[in-house]
Design a protein around this ligand. Structure first.
Ligand SMILES: COc1cc(/C=C/C(=O)SCCNC(=O)CCNC(=O)[C@H](O)C(C)(C)COP(=O)(O)OP(=O)(O)OC[C@H]2O[C@@H](n3cnc4c(N)ncnc43)[C@H](O)[C@@H]2OP(=O)(O)O)ccc1O
Ligand SMILES: O=C(O)CCC(=O)C(=O)O
Ligand SMILES: [Fe+2]
Length: 361
């Protein structure tokens, strides 16, 4: 029987988690019912909520790098400097048509507007492939409090597989976004690798740095008590590099390196947010930083974001690159199978930067 607004308000007697997670309604299903009070399953401990005293100032934020004159070596220096000191930056004038961004954001809204029965076909229990997964929160089975977010996660294998298995509501736009960002991703990676004294990116290196890609479509519905919960908890990405498209709503916060303060990442029309992931932190022996970030919930608007996670291949072994250690630097990380690293990340709740301990010597 469909729950009524009054049973929903009393989340002691109604199984919210079953409705949202197992029945595949997602948190959007909950928000669409018009709940006025946040169910207790979403109330985060105080230390996980972001307050104004945690934020430095709205004026200070991550670097914005203009790529219109990429031939200028200063641009390469800015990219490597941002990767070392901030772990996060935005790029503008990158040459990717804005229409591609608009299309994939519209497609994200279109997918999440589908009825629960349609979206559920792509959930872990029903999806005919591990490469397509609709879900909610992060790891509901391991989390003490749920996160206010639904997602569709698409692991790219080939155009043919995407055409056959990705949801028609968003597959062409997601694929187009991946294709149109390819060149920028390649150039960013070459710049970063040159900055590590690696002269040549051969086939093995290319696989390690960008052998696989995953695109997520994130949906954060309007929330009745945004101050009590989070959109995404504190984490760093397990990718080498993440390319993130956010809409105009805002809500992404990034930890300032070496401090306990958080900076908001303001939406800039036409910009992409770039961040270093754990795999590149490990490969660079800690020179490039994968930085903790999180997303707040929003009381006034629905929000979407679309990250492309650029990764090693699942079967690659990652550890500090030999070229980085040539100068006599001591390795900080051991060699680990990348899929073991990712499985470790996905089997626990978000816990800030703790995932990287898995690879520490
Ligand atoms: C969702 O909210 C998020 C997501 C993120 C993501 C940040 C990233 O950086 S994603 C980039 C990750 N890298 C890759 O995907 C490339 C390499 N891929 C692999 O190594 C494998 O494909 C695999 C991801 C390890 C899955 O391999 P498989 O053999 O299929 O293993 P399983 O046993 O099925 O899965 C292991 C474990 O992980 C859970 N899981 C798998 N895929 C996802 C997914 N896309 N989203 C969420 N969880 C996933 C799966 O349920 C399994 O857990 P069990 O407990 O059921 O064993 C950042 C922030 C966010 O909020
Ligand atoms: O929605 C955002 O702005 C960031 C999402 C994020 O950090 C992630 O999906 O890994
Ligand atoms: Fe992230």
């Amino acid at each position: 029987m469909a729950p009524t607004l009054s049973t929903i308000s009393n989340s002691n007697t109604w199984d919210v988690k079953n409705f949202v997670v197992n029945e595949g309604h997602g948190v959007k299903g909950l928000a669409d019912m018009g709940i006025q009070i946040l169910p207790k399953q979403y109330i985060q401990p105080l230390e996980e909520r972001i307050t104004s005293s945690d934020v430095v100032s709205e004026e200070q934020s991550i670097p914005v790098i203009d790529l219109s004159n990429w031939k200028d070596p200063k641009v390469d220096n800015m990219i490597c400097h941002a990767a070392e000191k901030w772990g996060f930056f935005q790029i503008v004038n990158h040459g990717i048509p804005i229409k591609v961004f608009e299309n994939v954001k519209d497609a994200t809204h279109r997918f999440f507007a589908l009825p629960a029965e349609e979206k559920r076909k792509y959930s872990k229990d029903y999806s005919c492939t591990n490469n397509v997964r609709f879900g909610t929160s992060f790891t509901p089975q391991a989390e003490k409090a749920l996160e206010w977010k639904d997602y569709l996660s698409l692991f790219y294998v080939s155009d043919e597989e995407a055409s056959a298995l990705w949801p028609p509501a968003c597959r062409d736009e997601a694929l187009q976004f991946m294709k149109k960002t390819e060149l920028v991703i390649k150039k960013l990676m070459e710049t970063l690798i040159k900055g590590l004294n690696v002269k040549e990116v051969d086939e093995d290196k290319e696989s390690l740095l960008m052998g696989s890609k995953r695109i997520n479509l994130n949906y954060y519905p309007k929330c009745p008590n945004p101050e009590l919960t989070v959109g995404v908890g504190r984490h760093s990405d397990v990718s080498t590099l993440t390319i993130l498209l956010q809409d105009s709503i805002g809500g992404l916060y990034v930890k300032k390196l070496g401090s306990d303060t958080w900076l908001s990442v303001p939406p800039i029309d036409g910009a992409l947010v770039i961040n270093i992931g754990d795999a590149l932190q490990i490969l660079s022996n800690g020179r490039y930083k994968s930085i903790e970030h999180r997303v707040i919930a929003n009381g006034g608007n629905n929000r979407v974001s679309v990250p492309i996670f650029v990764n090693p291949k699942p079967n690659d072994v990652i550890g500090p690159l030999q070229q980085v250690l040539e100068s006599g630097e001591k390795p900080l990380y051991k060699q680990v199978l990348y899929s073991d690293y990712v499985k470790h990340f996905f089997r626990k709740a978000h816990d800030g930067k703790d995932t990287v301990d898995f690879a520490k010597i």
